[in-house]
Design a protein around this ligand. Structure first.
Ligand code: THU
Length: 140
């Protein structure tokens, strides 16, 4: 029997939209929210947190994933992620977050990318970073 999906993209985007409100964005004004669902179905939420020195800025995706790891969740256990921002089309995660997702999530994990207009698309961690260098390259 085919595995039943335990999540609804619209509900996940709503949860990402809620945490987006907490974004600390004095420089860009561009709020982003992200949620990652763990193996038990719990959501780990994050927003972007900016910095006057710009470089230390943490994107919503990394905030959510790092929170989840700090809370004791395991790399590879996440079932799905959703990210939302006020973009024209579905939001496009930055390269650093794509690399971090590849480190902490399975390559075939679904990622829902949305915007405030209700547009969204479904992709995967691997699709977001084709040709990536990953931990699999280090395992000889
Ligand atoms: N940002 C995210 O948090 N996630 C994304 O997917 C794209 C960009 C943040 C970083 C920065 O705080 C602001 O959006 C503008 O780049």
């Amino acid at each position: 029997m085919a595995e039943q999906r335990q999540w609804d993209p619209v509900k996940l985007l709503e949860a990402a939209k809620a945490v987006r409100e907490n974004a600390y964005v004095p420089y860009s004004g561009f709020r982003v929210g992200a949620v990652f669902m763990d193996a038990e179905g719990h959501l780990h939420a994050g927003c972007n947190v900016e910095n006057a020195a710009y470089g230390p800025t943490n994107c919503a995706e990394r905030t959510a994933l790092f929170r989840a790891i700090a809370d004791g969740r395991q790399a590879g256990e996440f079932q799905v992620a959703a990210v939302i921002g006020d973009t024209e089309g579905p939001i496009s995660p930055c390269g650093i977050c794509r690399q971090v997702m590849l480190e902490l999530c399975e390559p075939d994990m679904p990622v829902i990318l949305g915007n405030l207009r209700g547009d969204y698309k479904l992709t995967t961690v691997a699709e977001l970073l084709p040709g990536a260098f990953s931990k699999r390259d280090l395992a000889k």
